[in-house]
Structures are given as C-alpha cells and as structure tokens.
Design a protein around this ligand. Sequence first.
Ligand SMILES: Nc1ncnc2c1ncn2[C@@H]1O[C@H](COP(=O)(O)OP(=O)(O)O)[C@@H](O)[C@H]1O
Ligand SMILES: [Mg+2]
Length: 375
Amino acid sequence: MEQMPFTFGKTTDKVNFTDREVESKHLEQNFRSAVNTMLISPRRWGKSSLVERVTETIAARDSNIKFCLLDVFNVQSEAEFYENYARAIVKATSTKWEEWTENAREFVSRLFPKISFSPDNMADITFGIDFAEVQKQPDDIIDLAETIAVKRGIKIVVCIDEFQNIANFESPLAFQQKLRAHWQRHHHVCYCLYGSKRHILADIFANPSMPFYKFGDIILLEKISSNVWGKFIRRRFKDTGKHITLKMAELIAQKVDNHSYYVQQLAQQVWLRTKTNATQKIIDDAFESLKNQLSLLFTGLTETLTATQINFLKALLDGVTTFGQENLLKYKLGTSANILRIKDALLSKEIIDITPNAICFQDPMYRYWLKKDCF
Ligand SMILES: Nc1ncnc2c1ncn2[C@@H]1O[C@H](COP(=O)(O)OP(=O)(O)O)[C@@H](O)[C@H]1O
Ligand SMILES: [Mg+2]
C-alpha cells in the first residue's frame, strides 16, 4: 500500500513530527538535569508524541539514560499501578532477556512471589502481585527506579502518561503523598508526569494543599502555529509528488483551529482528494466531509447532555461571555448557581476548557458541527 503522508490516532513518527523545537529542548534539558516535569494540555494536542520523540532522540545518543514510558489510562487501582509500574521499570532498564529476568529476580521477587516469563515474548512478563504484602510496604516499588539506577550507574527518566487517572484511585491523596515523599528524594531518577484533564492536573500540581505542589517544572503545552503547520503540510505534499501553496496549507490548520490531531486528519483527507494541486474547493469539501464523518459521534455525545448544558453551549456559540439575568433568561439556564454546575459538568466531560481569559470548546469540529447541523 502507498504510504500516506499524514498520521493521526497514534503518536507521530519522526517524519510526521513537526516543530516543538522549544518544547523539545526544554524537556531535554529537564531530563538531562533530572528536573521533574509536568506537562499539561487538552487531549490530542501532542503531549504523548512530544515525549516519545524527545525520549527516543536522547536514548539514541546516550545509552546512560534510560526512559521508562508508562500509560496509566487503563490502570484502575493502586495495586494495578504498582504492578504496571514495576514491570515498566524492569523492562526499561533491561536490554536483553537475561538481564530482564535477572532484574526482575533481583529487585522485585520479594514483592511479587509469582513472576512468570515466556522466553519467546519479552512483553509477556507477569507479576503475581501479593497486594496485602505490597500495601504493607509499597516503598520498594516506589523506590524501584532509584534503586536500579544507583546499582547500575545509570540515570532513569520515568514518564507517566494520563497521570490524572490516579485521581480515581480509592485513596488518591494518601497515594500521592506516598509517591511524593519518596520521589522527591531520588537523585538518579526524574519524573515526567503528563496528561489531559487540565482541571484535575491543575489541582494535583498547583494546589498548595496537595502533595505534588511544587514538585517540579510545569509546562502548559501550546498549539502548533498555522505557519509551522503550513510549511509541514506543504513539505509532506511535495514529498509525495503533490502540490499545495503555503496559504492553502495554512488554511487547513486554521480550519480546525490548529488542533494537532485534526490538522493531520484534514490534511490527509485533502491529500487523498488532490490529484496534483490542492485547491480551496478541495479543502472546503474535505472539511465538510470530515464533519459528516464525525456526526454520529457528536450526536451520541450531545445525547448525554442535559437541556441546560446544551443551552449553555448555544450561548457560548453566540459569543456570550457573561451570564447575567438577561442571558440566563434568554438561554433558559436557570439560576446563576446553575452556571457553575453546568461548567463543571462540561469541563469534566472535556467539552469545554476554562482558561483565565475565556471559555472555549475543546473540540473545534464539535463546535462547528453544533453550529452547522445542530442548532
Ligand atoms: N509535533 C507534532 N507534529 C505533527 N503532528 C502531531 C504532533 N503532535 C501531535 N500530532 C498529531 O496529533 C495527534 C495526537 O497527538 P498525541 O501526541 O496523541 O496528543 P496527546 O498525547 O496530547 O493527546 C497525533 O496522532 C498526530 O497526528
Ligand atoms: Mg496522549
């Protein structure tokens, strides 16, 4: 099959990765000087891609730094966290199969009485966790990276994706206290914690009464600018024998509000429809078609909302920014106390994002669909 020049739905590979020069340098510096880092942005702006790129680049040059990447999106409990965590660290610090088994035996066999391996598949290591035992003494696991780093004379960077998920564990506060108390004493390991739900992460990292307050450097990842996207899209067209002007390439990014995932998706749709030269008509058609493809999803999402939540979104679309008596009546929003509840609900559904300056839609296509097909 012909290789498509754009990707979405998985983290980007090198040739599909653009810009992020400043952020990449910043992260690299932090990792090299063992500064803990928290990276936050709405979904699909490019956190996972960025961390992957930076860690791969450093790992290729420097064998003395090991990276442990762990995604806790599907991790439901503290016990599961410990098991996944131990496995990820053992895996990241072992290059050969023998080393792997040796590391597992040496560092975690006391905690995990039933370690099983299948020599054909390195990914198949399972730890039978004795949670009663681990709960009595989780310290060894929480310190595992530092222990291995010291013993092996290496540095380790532990990167935990979708970190906001730990807020769903049974005793999130006690868990965070344990992690923080240990991790802050580590000198050969640094932690990069990142995720999407800004309101939850802000509470974890920036609330003075929370354990992770002032744990390290907080980076709020921004969107990639239209200009950078434009050059990237034009280059990818050129690489595959097609043509697009810089202006049209920038238009692709602008149409989807520079949202990384959608820029790649729309660019791909335009590319597929283009024989030799991309035109504005092709872009507009591709954009409409993208909206239509998503309509089923958006209809389902809208069905989960209450009438007042939908009214609130309508007000936002009309450009309403303040909710005085007049607007409460006009949009049937109930009392002003209701507004707080509506905002909270839409925030936790990740439909809106609240920044100091504005309330905005997280998904530019959903915004467009609501405006065009719903209201
Ligand atoms: N630097 C980048 N260059 C090009 N495309 C990117 C970049 N970062 C993200 N993307 C696009 O956005 C999509 C979502 O990125 P991802 O890293 O999964 O976001 P997040 O982890 O913030 O949810 C990727 O699949 C890719 O298509
Ligand atoms: Mg991600």
